[in-house]
Design a protein around this ligand. Structure first.
Ligand SMILES: [Zn+2]
Length: 314
């Protein structure tokens, strides 16, 4: 299979995602936020289902957000399934579980066409910022397996386990995902540059990744400054591909997010270039990022020289 050259367009169905992830080309660009982008476009996102009811009431807006990210140059489109787990839906809207997940995959696929891969998004069963609520391991295994089985059946190209706040829950979800021959991107939310949100030192995450071998280990939903420190550390100590996607606002409020204007698209693109020079394989955007942020980032990293700065210095 031919490898894409730096700066060339990556055609999703014509290349194996795993081949591209380990190639020497520019990083793959994951899409930006869905939940906060719905909110920015006037769709309410009340917790706990947050972005999920939009699948029933504003499917056209969900699809147009996906389309805007693909037009912006994103290679990886994540399904709007962040809050459609069976664990949550069984409590709040059991009859819609399969329909909403099916629609989420379809909307992402419609937008991706032959230009992007579709990743099934899965997060913590409970709130991403409440590691104290993480259920026991048998419950974790049961609910993550059920959700992953459905997303795979619905035809995703890979899985994005994102915003996990404990290694314990990440491991349970990863176990279910690893049963399929699909690329798995595993991502954790950070408390600071050297700790997961539950306080586990990054060394504990590295130990896990050396054993589990996800296709990419990412850090997400913290400020660019926080992720920057973590990316350096992971690149120094881990031989698994690394990815990063930061938030550019802050969590809180009734809708789960408060917008700030701290990072323009150009500011965010500069952080993405910096991570590209550190050798990340995937960049993207988390809460608060928009298609404009991702267009700037995608364009900047396409021409950025991918480096190995950390390793050559050590
Ligand atoms: Zn986020």
């Amino acid at each position: 299979m031919s490898r894409p050259l730096p700066g060339t367009r990556i055609r999703a169905p014509h290349a194996d995602l795993r081949d591209v992830l380990i190639s020497e080309g520019p990083p793959l660009v994951l899409d930006g936020a869905m939940g906060t982008e719905l909110l920015r476009r006037g769709v309410p996102t009340p917790l706990p289902l947050w972005s999920a009811p939009a699948l029933a009431e504003h499917a056209d807006i969900v699809e147009s957000i996906h389309r805007d990210y693909v037009s912006a140059g994103c290679h990886l489109v994540s399904t709007n399934t962040f809050r459609t787990s069976w664990y949550l839906m069984a409590r709040h809207n059991p009859d819609a579980w399969e329909t909403w997940n099916r629609r989420a995959v379809q909307l992402a696929r419609n937008a991706a066409g032959d230009r992007a891969w579709v990743l099934g998004s899965i997060t913590t069963l409970e709130d991403c910022y409440r590691p104290d609520l993480v259920p026991e391991v048998l419950e974790l295994q049961h609910y993550h397996r059920r959700q992953i089985d459905l997303l795979v059946e619905l035809g995703v190209d890979g899985l994005l386990l994102e915003t996990f706040n404990t290694v314990r829950e990440l491991d349970a979800a990863f176990d279910a995902a690893a049963g399929y021959d699909l690329p798995v991107l595993a991502s954790v939310v950070l408390r600071d540059a050297t700790h997961l949100y539950d306080g586990t030192p990054l060394a504990g995450l590295i130990q896990w990744a050396r054993r589990a071998r996800p296709d990419v280990l990412c850090v997400n939903c913290a400020s660019p400054e926080t992720l920057d420190g973590a990316v350096r550390w992971l690149r120094e100590h881990l031989d698994v591909p690394v990815g990063a996607y930061a938030n550019v606002g802050r969590s809180g409020g009734e809708m789960g997010f408060v917008f700030t204007r701290a990072y323009s698209p150009g500011d965010y693109a500069r952080w993405c270039v910096r991570w590209t020079r550190l050798g990340v394989r995937v960049i993207g955007g988390c809460c608060g990022t928009t298609p404009d942020h991702m267009r700037a980032a995608a364009s900047a990293v396409r021409h950025a020289r991918r480096g190995n700065e950390v390793r050559t210095q050590s």
